[in-house]
Design a protein around this ligand. Sequence first.
Ligand code: CTP
Length: 421
Amino acid sequence: MAFTNELLENTDYTKQIYLVGGAVRDKLLGIPIKDRDYVAVGFSENDFKHLHKVGKSFPVFLQKDGSQIALARREKKIRHGYNGFSIEIQQVSLYEDLKRRDLTINAIAFDEATQTYHDPFNGIQDLENKTLRHISEAFCEDPLRVLRIARFRARLGGEWKIHPSTKVLIYKMRDELHFLESNRVYKEVEGALLEQNSHLFFESLFELGVLDVIFPSIYALTTLKEGNLHHLEASVFAHTMEVLKLVESKNIKSDKHRLILKFASLYHDIAKPYCYRNFGNSKGHDNLKIVTPLLDIALPNAIKTPMLLLIQNHIKIYLLSKMRPAKCVAFFESYKKDSTLLELQITLLLADKQGSISFEAQQKFSDSNFFAVRTMLLNAFKALLAYSPKEWIAQNTPSPSAIKAHILKEKIRILKGILYF
Ligand code: CTP
């Protein structure tokens, strides 16, 4: 395997295809490669006319194995926004294509034929030193790169450092961050939340001094310390990050459910600063009328609706033993027939409690003690689902209001037989 970091001739347009971007980075890191992107130097669109063209603003071609080939390009920022670039594809060298990229670790090219790495910006050294460093001032041209850096830390871990010069540059980009498009922000957050260290995404943005610009409601959590019987953490933000960490360790199979739980963890206390400011305490922070306008990420409904249910119920589940029986029935029914959602609620409850520094015995919320509570709640849910009034109705032909009263009475009876608190 050969390595070269000599500056490739700016004017070398010899026809050649290189593996680039995340695939080379991840290959060198020894982690699974997601997508394979190639860059073609010295070629024209005509050379790839047998392939399906997918790029809109610049030519990208899809290969049969799912990998993509893009013509080498130069970019110049001409206006705000994702598409605000002028693109040049005539006579672009490998060096020029690599130079327009965000980080040194993402600007290494690999020639598969000769097994040679081309590394003009010392990305390999930065990989070894676990350093995220911008290549040039052109980093500022795409504000999404700030979120990408934070996401890379969420993926690679806290031992990865952002280079001081990159931190300075990012702080200068604060104004540009207002122009981030909400769908692109969502995609980055989604990616970050699916990583093992998703709390590092938000902690990095906070340390970079830009959390307030991109996610003002999440930033507000850093400004509130509750300091009461239940919460002695440094701030609601510190507690939220702890909850995110705790749910990370849970083995949740589908990405959709992991996202629902992660977003619910992120936003479960989002209304606390508002409630303290307006009511002097945290009462009402589960009220969706207060919570919903504070969501600073544009979530798809398939995530948002179940997430809001988890937030609405995150205190109720804790207070079930004190609730009137009819309210208990309504609590279980709010999950419709979705027992997975109730399981996520229980996981959130455990993380919420374990992620708090409180005067209550932490042992009460240990995983093993909690297992019995979890089983009890899921059994109650299943028993309610299994109940059917059909037979009783057939025998008694009652009025609609009598049916309603009977169903409620029966469901309360079922719950009383299972819930032992
Ligand atoms: N790139 C960039 N600026 C961006 C997005 C991408 O410079 N805003 C460059 C980087 O060189 C990056 C490559 O394009 O490595 C491919 O981008 P993409 O596939 O979006 O990301 P990856 O770096 O491959 O990261 P991931 O594995 O998370 O997709």
